[in-house]
Design a protein around this ligand. Structure first.
Ligand SMILES: CC(=O)SCCNC(=O)CCNC(=O)[C@H](O)C(C)(C)COP(=O)(O)OP(=O)(O)OC[C@H]1O[C@@H](n2cnc3c(N)ncnc32)[C@H](O)[C@@H]1OP(=O)(O)O
Length: 419
């Protein structure tokens, strides 16, 4: 048992708690904590969802917040939402690692999430091997893109006129909010964003970290005066006189094809640049099809993006919709953590409805680990990949193909709100 005491963290303790986290994440422990940042954390702090381990000083940190997660909602590409627990700011000081402190914080945290009615828990993992033992699996992958602008590439133009305007950061929110709400519902895997989150993302209210440039904010407006996209960008260090610069996108969201085309046309027409970097996006962004030389759009890195753990199988499976109508009995084996998801369930579902109930005596079609179910839940992995990994056993003929058909989706899941 660890010597350190695991407890909730009152807001008054945030500074020494953050120092521990920053040290473990190899940041400067003494990063200035401005009044704006204090206010930012205060508005979001929930003492019941903030954890730490104390051993004369804080030696471990963990925080969660409640959110909603978009899940497949039917054949038209729509989504629904499920209540989710989001895990973040996890660290254990090097002096106290491998003494069970993460396990000691995360186990009760997940237990409480389940008791609150949060059907799944999600996170972004610092390293792949950490969270599998707690039942999390990568459920949505993320890609980094680079679009080379030299020699220039042509972009497929919008079909209907779109106006591109630059706005001040403080003006961006009124355009960005409706676009985000629309794009969030077009893909599974998206969490929601609070107002303080937006302010931090854009760097409003003194929340821009020291040394970080103010983003250039661009909006796309359709003929009816409605925002259909926005982007923020900044250039890195360099001297375009010596070598053209690369822009990095902070945000890029478009709720219509025309908005998407118009923003890329604008971005790739900016003078003095050699290219554009766009990180941690959906793996199926169709950039190759948008520009005259598809090879100028490079998907440079694809890796695990959103990890997911199912806490309540009935609620999670009933919250989403399925590509075809079918009825399957799945036995979920949950050896990780407290085994919250274990049991035998009948899923009776279609594109327009879903019901999932415990049926302990029904004949089983598929036996699978909770992690396999978490991996396929947002349709970001195939059932077959989990069969290959030894996490799924087919108990009745054709059950794998039938489950695969139910889970089929037309868009890869992705979360574009880092947390
Ligand atoms: C959602 C997020 O915030 S992701 C950020 C995660 N944080 C970091 O990566 C910061 C640097 N690392 C750390 O702070 C710590 O090493 C942590 C948080 C990853 C692990 O904390 P610990 O208290 O050491 O974990 P704990 O002792 O509970 O380990 C439980 C088990 O997981 C294993 N484990 C923990 N971390 C890792 C890892 N990074 N790689 C492989 N195995 C690991 C342990 O070996 C142990 O296995 P065992 O039960 O077979 O002995």
């Amino acid at each position: 048992m660890p010597a350190a005491e695991i407890r909730h963290v009152p807001f008054e303790e945030i500074l020494p708690w953050l120092r521990t986290m920053r040290t473990t994440f190899l940041d400067d422990p003494a990063t200035p904590f401005s009044d704006a940042q204090r206010d930012y954390f205060k508005r979001q702090w929930d003492g019941e969802r903030s954890w730490g381990a104390y051993d004369g000083r804080w030696v471990a940190t963990l925080r969660t917040f409640g959110t909603t997660l978009t899940v497949p909602g039917g054949p038209d590409g729509d989504t629904l939402v499920v209540q989710a627990d989001a895990l973040t700011m996890v660290s254990v000081a090097a002096t106290h690692r491998r003494q069970g402190l993460l396990t000691g914080m995360l186990t009760p945290s997940l237990d409480e999430a389940r008791a609150r009615g949060e059907a799944v828990s999600v996170l972004r993992a610092a390293e792949w091997p950490i969270y599998g033992r707690f039942g999390y699996a990568p459920a949505a992958f993320a890609a980094n893109y680079r679009v080379v602008a030299e020699p220039p590439v042509r972009v497929v133009p919008p079909r209907r006129p779109v106006t591109i305007r630059q706005v001040e950061p403080a003006e961006l929110l009124s355009h960005a909010l409706p676009v985000f709400e629309a794009i969030r519902r077009q893909r599974p895997g998206q969490i929601d964003r609070t107002e303080p989150y937006w302010h931090r993302r854009i760097g409003l209210d003194g929340l821009r970290p020291a040394g970080q440039r103010e983003p250039v904010c661009i909006v796309a407006i359709d003929e009816g005066g409605r925002p259909v996209g926005f982007t923020t960008w900044s250039a890195g260090e360099g001297d375009w006189f010596e070598e053209k610069m690369e822009l990095t996108l902070g945000e890029f969201m478009a709720s219509s094809s025309d908005g998407y085309r118009a923003l890329w046309t604008h971005l790739l027409g900016i003078d003095l640049i050699r290219g554009i970097r766009w990180i941690e996006q959906a793996v199926d962004e169709p950039l190759e099809w948008l520009i005259s030389d598809g090879r100028a759009a490079r998907r440079e890195l694809t890796r695990d993006g959103l990890w997911l753990r199912i806490l309540d199988v009935e609620a999670a499976l009933a919250a989403r919709r399925y590509a075809v109508a079918d009825r399957l009995v799945v036995e979920v084996v949950d050896g990780d953590g407290l085994g919250w998801a274990a049991g035998r369930y009948t899923l009776d579902a279609s594109p327009s409805h879903a019901e999932c109930i415990r049926t302990p005596t029904a004949a089983v079609d598929l036996r699978l680990s909770q992690r396999a179910l978490a991996a396929v839940y947002l349709s970001g992995n195939t059932v077959r990949s989990q069969v290959l990994a030894g996490l799924v056993d087919e108990e009745s003929p054709d059950a794998v193909r039938r489950f695969e058909a139910m889970l089929a989706a037309d868009r890869a899941p992705a979360n574009v709100s880092p947390f």
